[in-house]
Design a protein. Structure first.
Length: 727
């Protein structure tokens, strides 16, 4: 069998159609787990093997350097040779290479710099300061996000100003123009400018455009659903209306709208490239059939998509498990219980806990640390190591140990209060001269400090003193709440920028953690000690570890077992003011992506109540959860007394068999208690009100009931003393 025949023998019928497509535009709609990477690499190998393309005529672009490296390596292995002269890389790498080769034509100096994220932020801070824009109106992060969004939409500062309808939009246009001026002065471009510069260059220089088009006769684009306007325009400029273009993607997995991705690029592919061929890959090689059916039922409710049916090549497997927890702590315990049960048969590295927002990781991190289960945070920072959390903890440490030098060095700079490098040098010198700690030297307000720095330090220590007084009488949760409000730590993330919202949510989770510590009888010192243990290096293990990840960061990954947690309305989908149908559809796509990361087992969890900013709030099932067909569900664990949940959560078509029957709230006992107490029984208490039994521990005089009350939360009671009334 020759090389080409062997190549095609590895493909199913739909993959073969895509790989062997001749000239002209081709859209490969690659559903989750259907082998899109194989199609891309095999198509390049087939084109080279048939002699239709030479290596230098191939332009293949994707979104990550890792994906590009893997693509090139697989192609070279398939063809048994090098792709020398061709291009396999990211959009940004291609654009940068183009600008480096033609800086003068692009209006750039010969050695222009690339401004990284920190440098971009510094430039924007300078612009905000120069234009006298207070951070309460526009933070540097929000400004950078809004400017990036304008660039992704290919809008110039002038165009933004012309269509501005309010003060905020006019301000963004002004900041955008001033920021571009700073970049020009610094002879630099940012990442968005690379794409815009390449598009502008090709639009102006028709000779260059024609030369590149004749060289790169075969264009292949991975993850086409994630392209923004500039990237799609770059592809069109290189190929024209009838290019030899292969675009591979899936609108059902378009989840980066907030980053500028335009789902219309893939939905309108046939209109953009008339006469294009569409091949749909319908065989899933990743997930068991129940997982696939559940995910398909959810995504089918989106209107803006091509109808498609995926069939599993893996075959039947375990049904999808749905678990209703009492609260986020119970949710974390259930997940940890299941992980420990699966640990003997599934590698820890093949288990993932996926959530909508980073702040949700805290309860799972804490539970896994307590059980010494290794874990890793995928493409993210551990909760207790996130900047905004560490900033707040630095303040709290100073309340307990006023001379904590490391905490002082961090806290004194956030929010910014005019204590710069020169002021810090004066303080360090004073501490050495007076032989005192750095915080003590600062409290003495050395005369060499400027009046502004002295005033700022005075206000800083005044705040610490007031909070120390509060800490002497109030619980830790109130101290944390007051700290975040009065210090300005929370206010600096008060915008609607995506990253600011995430940081604000993390601070809310810090309040929740303090509230839980108070419930366990800890004071502020005890709380900080507990946190110090949770951030100990022992929690970071080498080798196999459970993967904790946001849904966005999990894109492109797959695991044997997936726990998709927080399936509540308001969390998934995430509800925000002004959300519309497009936002709802993107949230549903996020749920679909999360579900289809699972190969063998999928668990969907939600909480009856969840702590938000220290308060217990009732949750409702996610509408996405309600769209999962009951035929593929093994467990629907709604506990008795929750009529609303019984109504919203469809009843299972059959009882959970075997060991799974034990995976109930609070690990319910299957043997009835002699006094009639049982998990799920509704009760009423004179003080705590209505509740439901989660656990029954012991018998006779040793009986203890773990009860979750609507008003009072979780309580452990002795039934003979509590005088519980059965409802």
């Amino acid at each position: 069998m020759d090389r080409l025949a062997k190549l095609l023998a590895d493909l199913d019928d739909e993959q073969k159609q895509a790989v062997t497509h001749g000239e002209g535009p081709l859209l490969v709609v690659a559903g989750a787990g259907s082998g899109k990477t194989r199609v891309l690499t095999y198509r390049i190998a087939w084109l080279l093997g048939k002699g239709l393309a030479q290596p230098h005529e191939v332009l293949a672009v994707t979104f990550t350097n890792k994906a590009a490296r893997e693509m090139a390596e697989r192609v070279e292995k398939l063809v048994g040779g090098s792709l020398r002269g061709g291009f396999v890389g990211t959009f940004h790498r291609f654009a940068l290479q183009l600008l480096r080769n033609h800086p003068a034509e692009a209006g750039l100096p010969p050695r222009f710099a690339i401004a990284d994220e920190d440098e971009q932020r510094t430039l924007i801070e300078r612009v905000l300061k120069r234009l006298d824009v207070p951070s309460s109106r526009m933070s540097p992060r929000a400004a950078r996000s809004r400017i990036s969004a304008a660039k992704n939409a290919m809008a110039t500062p002038e165009q933004l100003a012309a269509r501005a309808r309010g003060g905020d939009e006019r301000l963004i246009a002004e900041l955008y123009e001033a920021y571009q001026g700073e970049l020009r002065t610094a002879a630099a471009v940012d990442f968005d400018d690379m794409l815009l510069g390449a598009v502008g260059l090709l639009e102006r220089e028709k000779g260059l455009r024609k030369g590149l088009a004749s060289r790169f006769r075969w264009i292949l684009v991975d993850e086409y659903q994630d392209t923004n306007l500039a990237q799609a325009q770059l592809v069109w400029l290189l190929g024209g209306k009838q290019p030899n273009l292969t675009a591979v993607g899936d609108e059902d997995q378009s989840i980066y709208r907030w980053r500028g991705a335009e789902i219309e690029n893939i939905l309108n592919f046939e209109a953009t490239y008339p006469g294009s061929r569409v091949v749909t890959l319908g065989r899933n090689y990743r997930s068991a059939e129940p997982i696939l059916q559940a995910a398909a039922a959810v995504i089918a409710h989106n209107a803006r998509r091509r109808p498609k049916k995926l069939s599993s090549e893996v075959g039947q497997g375990a049904p999808v498990a749905v678990y209703l927890a009492a609260d986020e702590g119970d949710e974390a315990r259930f997940v940890a219980d299941e992980i420990e049960r699966l640990r003997g048969t599934v590698s820890l590295g093949e288990i993932a806990v996926l959530f909508r927002v980073n702040a949700q990781s805290r309860s799972f991190e804490a539970e896994l640390v307590r059980r010494t289960v290794p874990y890793a945070v995928v493409a993210g920072t551990r909760f207790w190591e996130r900047k905004e959390v560490r900033d707040a903890l630095a303040y709290l440490r100073l309340l307990v140990v006023p001379d904590d030098v490391l905490a002082f060095r961090r806290a004194v700079h956030v929010p910014a209060r005019g204590i710069g490098q020169v002021a810090m040098e004066h303080l360090e010198a004073a501490a050495v001269a007076w032989e005192v700690s750095l915080p003590e030297a600062a409290r003495r307000l050395p005369e060499r400090l400027t009046p502004r720095a002295r005033l700022a330090l005075g206000e800083f220590f005044r705040l610490l003193g007031e909070l120390q007084t509060l800490a002497g009488s109030a619980p830790a949760v109130e101290v944390v709440r007051q700290l975040l409000e009065r210090s300005g730590l929370a206010a600096q993330y008060a915008t609607e920028d995506e990253e600011d919202r995430a940081r604000r949510a993390n601070l809310d989770q810090l309040v929740a953690a303090a509230a839980e510590a108070v419930e366990r009888g800890l004071d502020l010192t005890g709380f900080l000690d507990e946190v110090a243990l949770l951030t100990d290096a022992d929690a970071r293990r080498e080798g196999e570890a459970v993967q904790l990840s946001t849904l966005h960061a999990a894109k492109g990954l797959e695991f044997d077992v997936v726990f998709l947690v927080g399936m509540e309305d308001g969390l998934l989908p995430l509800r925000r003011e002004g959300n519309g149908e497009a936002d709802e559809e993107e949230e549903r796509r996020l749920a679909y992506v999360g579900m289809t990361r699972a190969r063998r087992r999928l668990f969907l969890t939600l909480a009856r109540v969840r702590r938000v900013n220290g308060q217990l709030l009732s949750g409702r099932p996610s509408p996405f959860l309600l769209e999962v067909p009951r035929e593929v569900v093994e467990e629907r664990t709604a506990f008795a007394g929750r009529d609303a949940f019984r109504t919203h959560l469809p009843r299972p078509s059959r009882p959970a068999p075997g060991p799974s029957a034990d995976t109930r709230i609070g690990r319910q006992q299957r043997t009835p208690h002699p006094d009639g107490w049982r998990p799920g029984l509704k009760v009423r208490h004179a003080t705590f009100g209505s509740g439901v039994i989660l656990q029954v521990q012991g018998t006779d005089a040793q009986t203890r009931l773990v009860v979750f009350f609507d008003r009072a939360g979780r309580k452990t009671l002795i039934p003979s003393l509590a005088k519980l009334e059965r409802v």
